[in-house]
Design a protein around this ligand. Structure first.
Ligand code: ACO
Length: 322
């Protein structure tokens, strides 16, 4: 049987850093409150002329470099984003043009913070079924554009960035399984009320920004992430001890700690970037994966569990041999 194996990772964070101290100058909060409740210290924010496609291109080029391949050898591009440059065309087609991979299928996936896990699960199926040999999977977000920077309950949490992986068909184990879920009944706990089709009241601009019932999302995230890990381990007849690295969605350090505790996994086996990146939505998992690979913690042959939870609600996991 053929597997989809990761042969390169890449990440990109915009240059501009906004610290908790910067935010406390603008809204009624304190740097300590943000750090204590979330573990976040800073976030990167895209420049005004920098878009999701720009961030995606940087991360993609770094992943292609790490894989040692050229863009024109790709035969699938999937980009996870909630904050694309345009209503259409997709970010995926734009980076396809920039990378010179003309002709291969290229499309965006929208599953908010679970987007990259969804995109990786989809690309895995293309590769396993022989429909693609080399796939680029990217998570890229400019979440700062859908934040109300006067709302202290949301603006403290998010940042911008992109992460990418290159997959290649291989007889050696790569992605072992992916598990994707959604439950649309929770739409209004975490959403942007405005939309292309539903429109919005121009006098009520905050409809165009993220609205969230934070503590309800928090509880749901912890419960659901515990369940998805159990589902993944039992599908692979494994126990948590077999996991070398947990690479979770980076929403809140307290969610990471709670998930690791449920698994009996020490925090030393969890890749945590939330302190420096904040929540970059679909970019958070591939960015954290790239950090773990580049600093040498994640080694070839190790077992890595990626998992995420986000708006929708959507949630999912990917278990892989790196
Ligand atoms: N500064 C100071 N006080 C604040 C701030 C702030 N930035 N934000 C909220 N507060 C206040 C609230 O108004 C509330 O005051 P009150 O008790 O007088 O009403 C108090 O702090 C406690 O608010 P809670 O919402 O209960 O605080 P909580 O401990 O739950 O922390 C947080 C809030 C950080 C948003 C947390 O709920 C969280 O991280 N939730 C998950 C949200 C998330 O990550 N969403 C992203 C997408 S989904 C995902 O990625 C998992």
């Amino acid at each position: 049987m053929s597997y989809a194996r990761i042969i390169g990772t890449g990440g990109y964070l915009p240059e501009h850093i906004v610290t908790n101290f910067d935010i406390e100058q603008k809204v009624d909060t304190s740097a300590e409150w943000i750090f204590e409740r979330t573990g976040i210290e800073q976030r990167h924010i895209a420049a005004p002329d920098e878009t999701a496609a720009d961030l995606a291109e940087h991360a993609a080029r770094r992943a292609l470099d790490a894989a040692g391949i050229d863009g024109d050898t790709l035969d699938l591009i999937v980009v996870a984003t909630t904050t694309p440059d345009h209503v259409f065309p997709s970010v995926a087609t734009q980076i396809q043009a920039r990378l010179g991979a003309y002709g291969c299928p290229a499309f965006d996936v929208q599953a908010v913070c679970t987007g990259f896990v969804y995109a990786l699960g989809i690309a895995d199926k293309f590769v396993r079924t022989g429909s693609a040999r080399r796939a680029l999977v990217v998570g890229s977000e400019t979440f700062s554009r859908i934040l109300d920077w006067t709302d202290r309950t949301t603006c403290i949490l998010f940042g911008d960035g992109a992460g990418a992986v290159v997959l290649e068909a291989s007889e050696e184990p790569g992605i072992l399984s992916s598990h994707l879920h959604a439950d649309g009944r929770y739409k209004e706990l975490l959403w942007v009320p405005a939309g292309v089709s539903s429109g919005y009241d121009q006098t009520c601009l905050n409809q165009a920004y993220v609205a969230m019932r934070g503590s309800e999302v928090f509880k749901m995230a912890v419960r659901t992430l515990g369940r998805i890990v159990d589902e993944t381990l039992s599908a692979n007849q494994m126990t948590a001890e077999a996991i070398d690295w947990l690479v979770p969605h980076q929403a809140n350090e307290r969610i990471l700690v709670a998930t690791a505790r449920q698994l009996n996994l020490p925090m030393s086996r969890v890749i945590s970037t939330v302190r420096y990146h904040a929540n970059t939505s679909a970019a958070s998992v591939p960015l954290a994966l790239d950090v773990g690979v580049r600093d040498g913690r994640i080694q070839p042959g190790q077992t890595v569990l990626l998992e995420a939870f986000g708006g929708g609600f959507t949630w999912g996991s990917v278990l892989l041999t790196y």
